[in-house]
Design a protein around this ligand. Structure first.
Ligand SMILES: C[S@@+](CC[C@H](N)C(=O)[O-])C[C@H]1O[C@@H](n2cnc3c(N)ncnc32)[C@H](O)[C@@H]1O
Length: 311
């Protein structure tokens, strides 16, 4: 299973991310990879670190963190490695608990792993039949089936519009609410069939599945919280590099980074927020994959990275 997944996985924007890694020789460096598995980025980061620097890898998925640990703990053994099974929303708590502050670099790669899309347990994709689950973290109780079967109509409409930008939202949600009166949703194919029967435009299933996944995992809110904490925890000259794959995530990354480049974030005539700028944006425009990368790895085509530095 591991070998198969690894063969398929290609880390996105690897070269560009590598260029952003900065290791300081006059201090102990601490670098955090918030989305560790399948460790392509992590390997490059660790390979650049000095002995006795600290590498911290987060992953919300238990199996993924175990595989990453097995793979990484015996390479470049002088670098201390800490593996954290946790959603990156808990970045601050997890680092506080280990007395870690002053991060030198922090990395996010927000694409779902290929295995998540292919595997038989927690289905994220309409392409295969399976339970309507979609949790990254199997210990959390809210599943896609729960959302579909229990959320009010207005809530479903908002989710499909906000997180999926789905033009056929109204029709699909009415159909969901009718269908669940007769039988509760259980499988991805039940939802997929319903979408196909109620939408005449392409890719409605992609957008609806995406919207549900975002809701189930509170992805956007968690990202916003984690980024703010990450910026706060960065040491002077520390780098933050975030790869995202859809416009909703990119907007949050862009806005959160930009907010920290301003001395005032309130709208009062005389500033009352006392906010101080703490970041410098390195790339004014998002970093995107080269045509060669897209050709080699078509999934990278929607990737956008943003890089900023603590001042
Ligand atoms: C695209 S993979 C990372 C690939 C990796 N950067 C590489 O180069 O091989 C994304 C990983 O992040 C994890 N993940 C997604 N959202 C997360 C979150 N909110 N907190 C922690 N881990 C998360 C997933 O479980 C998955 O293992």
């Amino acid at each position: 299973m591991e070998r198969k997944a690894h063969e398929k996985h290609i880390s996105v924007l690897l070269e560009e991310l590598t260029q952003s890694i900065e290791i300081f020789n006059n201090k102990k460096n601490t670098i955090v990879d918030c989305t560790l598995w399948m460790w392509g980025h992590a390997e490059v980061i660790i390979s650049k670190m000095n002995p006795w620097d600290v590498f911290i890898g987060f992953d919300a998925d238990k199996r993924n963190i175990v595989q990453a640990q097995e793979r990484l703990e015996n390479i470049w053994e002088d670098v201390e490695k800490i593996f954290v099974l946790s959603n990156f929303v808990s970045l601050r708590d997890e680092l506080d608990a280990r007395w870690i502050k002053d991060i030198t670099g922090i990395y996010y790669d927000l694409w779902l792993s290929s295995l998540h899309l292919d595997e038989a347990e927690r289905w994220f994709s309409f392409r295969y039949d399976g339970p309507l689950d979609m949790r990254f973290d199997a210990s959390k109780w809210i599943t896609a089936a729960f959302v579909l079967n229990n959320y009010r109509r207005e809530q479903l409409i908002q989710i499909l519009q906000d997180y999926g930008e789905e033009p056929m939202t109204q029709k699909i949600v009415w159909a969901i609410c009718d269908a669940r009166k007769k039988k509760k949703f259980e499988t991805t194919s039940e939802l997929n069939d319903l979408i196909l029967n109620n939408s005449s435009i392409p890719k409605s299933n992609t957008r609806v599945f995406q919207a549900l996944r975002i809701e189930v995992n509170a992805e956007l809110e968690n990202l916003r919280i984690s980024l703010r904490d990450a910026i706060d925890l960065l040491d002077k000259d520390g780098n933050i590099f975030v790869i995202s794959f859809h416009s909703l995530e990119d907007r949050i990354v862009k806005q959160t980074l930009k907010r920290e480049t301003r001395d005032c974030i309130c709208t009062d005539i005389i500033c009352s927020c006392w906010h101080k700028k703490s970041l410098k944006i390195i790339n004014k425009k998002p970093i995107i994959p080269s045509p060669e990368e897209v050709e080699k790895n078509p999934r990278s085509r929607s990737a956008k990275a943003r890089h900023a530095k603590k001042i």
